[in-house]
Ligand binder design. Structure first.
Ligand code: FE2
Length: 607
């Protein structure tokens, strides 16, 4: 029998009294979420809406109580479609946020969806998120001893530009792979299939059916280097396929990822959701086709970033606050006014970054604080493209920017400085009472690390980067990268930045822990003022394809002293002494060996 539910159910935004349940169904109908209530069953309903022939519903389950937890069922036209009768996984549950309890926030980024056999686990490593799901299902939540409360996916949830064999097979069934854009995605139908490949494997589907999730895109959800510069945009716009791609990418992102990020009130203010409600009120009892509105909305969002805001906020536990920033679509690429966030977005961020909270957590797909050497290189490159070394260097600078992905906050240095001023004011207690910490959460860079801003008082400013969930940097590149990023790039980058008259960054920061290069999922545990974080990975069990073992990569307690107490650098107690980390000294030795070998090979060849 054909499955009636194509994707989901996915529990998305959850707060103290509501939960959003998202599904893709195989046909039009009315979707019901059913909970056993104190006085008999309670039901919430939503009709499906159509986009490009696919059917979706987001059911707003409201009127719940904080800390409530109950199993639920999903029905399509009064037929139970989830959980399925032979489902080996436990029944899904809905749990509202507890009134002020601890928060365990799992986070990570960069996940390719390829098979879990020996070949692919050799090339792509063990999927950390899937391993975590299997471990949670077995009742083994890892060193924290409890399940996470929330999952934050920080970008590259799907790869539209680098496709798996299964995705290429689907594309080839529709069009020739010789036609542009070849094995990359071309339209909404292909995006719908990509999401299906990414999110239907059983352990992940089970995880999404009870663990609330929030998401933000990064480049690969659309294309590598998305919006890195005006030159990049112009190059894309000359192709025959870019327009279709970005419209399909943003439209499907709204449907599959963004809609579920919003609270009931934020969703009510969303123009596309509002349009859906309007059409549904006009045609009660019928599925509304939203295709034209989704396409027009996506086209406008791409053409005019000011027309829509993808960033959002979310309450965390007692009184902590999560701000998730779009660091891709809201850019101003005009070389004269280049900015990571356009004026409207930056003003919005300015309003969100305030004190009077326990911890201020900022999610940005791109790390705000890079290894110092790379920061200098990116800032230097931006200045060179702007003409700091004269017109002849502009093109090589642009080439370098695109080749080396010099596109993080440091490559938008004016924006970096503005955010530095904002978070410093928060941490100094000049925007309300200073929180215990300001924490950036990021991904994208295919290695994980923790850094801290060097300060002399006020709140700590930390950054935790967790990448990849499943898309590791090749082993041979790790040592060289560690050498460059944490070694030679620092003096070299600083000298280059000075030569291009780039002002020193207004913050200084230092490594606290890492780098780790294997696939990981991190969990941040906020309990009052205390912060603890664990990095978890997966290890293949010999001879078994389907049961990876959860391994602890690092268990880190971050000392967060009372606000205002004098400063000593944050100490991270790292347990265990992790082997996946490439240590700087070992990295330097390996890097020097690799460079010597390369020089020797070049010398032999030139003879
Ligand atoms: Fe990325």
């Amino acid at each position: 029998m054909k499955a009636l539910l194509v994707l989901g159910p996915m529990v998305r935004h959850v707060d103290g009294d509501s939960a959003a349940v998202w599904v893709e169904t195989a046909s039009a109908g009315v979707v019901t979420v059913r909970l056993p209530g104190r006085d008999g069953e309670q039901v919430w309903r939503a009709p499906t809406f159509g986009v490009h022939g696919h059917h979706y519903a987001l059911v707003e389950v409201t009127g719940l109580h904080p800390g409530e937890r109950s199993t639920y069922q999903v029905l399509l036209d009064d037929q139970v479609v989830w959980p399925q009768p032979a489902d080996p996984f436990p029944a899904p549950h809905l749990a509202t946020s507890p009134p002020g309890g601890p928060v365990r926030l799992a986070f990570g980024s960069c996940r390719t969806s390829v098979p879990h056999d020996l070949v692919h686990e050799t090339s792509h490593g063990v999927d950390a998120l899937r391993t975590y799901a299997l471990s949670l299902r077995a009742g083994e939540p890892g060193p924290l001893g409890v399940e996470p409360d929330l999952l934050l996916l920080l970008g590259d949830q799907v790869y539209a530009d680098s496709t798996s064999a299964a995705m290429r097979e689907f594309i080839a069934s529709r069009r020739s792979l010789q036609e542009e854009p070849g094995a990359e995605l071309a339209d909404y139908e292909e995006y719908a299939h990509l999401y299906q490949l990414a999110w239907t494997e059983p352990p992940l589907r089970w995880l999404f059916s009870w663990l609330p999730s929030l998401m933000i895109f990064d480049d690969h959800d659309i294309r590598d280097d998305w919006n890195t510069s005006l030159a990049w945009r112009e190059e894309m716009e000359q192709t025959s396929w870019w327009h279709g791609r970005v419209v399909a990418g943003l439209g499907s992102y709204w449907v599959y990822q963004h809609l579920g990020n919003l609270s009931v009130s934020a969703r009510a203010g969303d123009p596309l959701w509002h349009e859906l409600q309007r059409r549904q009120a006009e045609h009660p009892g019928r599925e509304v086709d939203l295709t034209d509105a989704v396409d027009a909305f996506a086209e406008r969002a791409d053409r005019d970033p000011l027309s829509y805001r993808w960033s959002y906020t979310h309450p965390l536990g007692g009184s902590s606050h999560l701000v998730v920033v779009d660091s891709r679509a809201a850019r101003n690429l005009d070389p004269e006014h280049r900015a990571m966030l356009d004026e409207a977005e930056m003003s919005w961020l300015d309003e969100q970054l305030t004190g009077d909270v326990e911890h201020l957590v900022i999610g940005t797909s791109l790390p705000y604080l890079l290894p110092r050497g790379i920061h200098h290189l990116e800032a230097w490159d931006e200045a060179v493209v702007a003409g700091a070394w004269g017109p002849r260097w502009r093109r090589p600078g642009e080439w370098l920017r695109q080749e080396l992905d010099l596109e993080h906050w440091a490559a938008f240095h004016a924006s970096f400085e503005r955010v530095a001023a904002m978070v410093t004011e928060v941490a100094d207690g000049r925007r309300g009472t200073a929180p215990a910490s300001v924490v950036f959460l990021s991904g994208d860079v295919h290695h994980s690390y923790i850094t801290e801003v060097v300060r002399t008082g006020g709140s700590r400013i930390l950054q935790l980067v967790c990448s990849p969930v499943r898309n590791p940097m090749p082993v041979v590149m790790r040592a060289a990268f560690a050498l460059v990023a944490h070694g030679i790039a620092r003096p070299l980058g600083a000298a280059l930045a000075r030569s291009a008259r780039v002002p020193d960054p207004p913050l200084r920061w230092r490594d606290v822990a890492g780098p780790w290069f294997d696939n990981n999922i991190a969990v941040l545990d906020i309990e009052g003022q205390d912060l603890r974080t664990v990095w978890l990975g997966g290890r293949r069990v010999l001879g078994i394809d389907d049961e990876p073992q959860l391994v602890l990569v690092a268990d880190i307690e971050l000392d967060v002293p009372p606000v205002g107490s004098s400063t000593h650098p944050a100490r991270a107690r790292v347990h265990p002494d992790d082997r996946s980390r490439v240590r700087p000294r070992a990295a330097r030795a390996l890097g020097v060996a690799a460079l010597s070998l390369a020089a020797y090979a070049w010398w032999r060849r030139s003879r």
